[in-house]
Design a protein around this ligand. Structure first.
Ligand SMILES: Cc1cc2nc3c(=O)[nH]c(=O)nc-3n(C[C@H](O)[C@H](O)[C@H](O)COP(=O)(O)O)c2cc1C
Length: 222
């Protein structure tokens, strides 16, 4: 698979089969992803890979929390600016319409949206997940490094025939994740990522992108 194909075929997949992902495959992907760039090569990512009984236990505990109405953990970072301005606000709401529209859920049906979103905490059925932490002392450039690393992971997963869904949703249940992973103090959970083979019966959501001219400016004297 060439890089264009990996980029074009990667998308946030929200339905996985239970087919296990071999440990050697995950090791191959994560070893290769370690080549991702980072400022001064500090490699600020801390990755935990969860499969089998520990992942099942995490999903169970998260499901119990959801069912009991236990509120989300207080945020350790702002997932979005409190007042998202234009054009980001419109893009976000267009995404919501595409995502929930594809499931036949109306814009105003918040309960159905929440029900669909709750699949996050079952990793959309995935048999593997990773959790990516960053040191609390790191700043925006290092958070960007982590983003590059995670995209590298997701593209390499495509080369292995696997799909993924990055999930900030797990930050809302970060204490439950920490119960299973026992990360050292001083790390912030940036996101989880569900990993597995796509359940093709779930539907192929292709979220549109802004036209090139909206996000890219060529300055070439023409
Ligand atoms: C850092 C990050 C966090 C995300 N968190 C979630 C999440 O919690 N749940 C979810 O369903 N999708 C999540 N997504 C997926 C985005 O919604 C998705 O990437 C975006 O809508 C573009 O769609 P595409 O990746 O399918 O092209 C996240 C993506 C990123 C990059």
């Amino acid at each position: 698979m060439d890089v264009y194909e990996a980029v074009a075929s990667r998308r946030a997949v929200r339905g996985f089969t239970g087919r296990p992902v071999p440990r050697q495959t995950l090791e191959r992907v994560l070893s290769a992803a370690a080549r991702a760039p980072s400022g001064s090569n500090i490699q600020p990512w801390h990755t935990y890979v969860l499969t089998g009984a520990p992942l099942a236990e995490l999903k169970k505990r998260a499901g119990e929390r959801l069912a009991s109405g236990d509120p989300w953990d207080e945020p350790e970072y702002e997932q979005y600016p409190p007042a998202l301005k234009s054009p980001y606000r419109e893009r976000r709401s267009a995404f919501g319409e595409q995502r929930y529209g594809a499931l036949g859920i109306a814009r105003e049906d918040l309960e159905a949206r929440q029900r669909a979103a709750s699949a996050n905490w079952d990793c959309f059925g995935a048999p593997a997940a990773l959790f990516c932490y960053i040191d609390r002392e790191m700043g925006s450039p290092q958070w960007a490094d982590v983003g590059m690393y995670l995209q590298t992971v997701m593209l390499l997963l495509r080369a292995e025939g696997l799909h993924s869904c990055p999930q900030m949703a797990w930050a809302k249940f970060r204490r439950t994740v920490a119960e299973i992973l026992s990360p050292p103090d001083g790390l912030i959970l940036f996101c989880g990522m569900s990993i597995g083979f796509e359940d093709v019966t779930v539907g192929d959501l292709r979220v549109a992108r802004a036209p090139l001219g909206e996000t890219v400016t060529f300055v070439d004297g023409r």
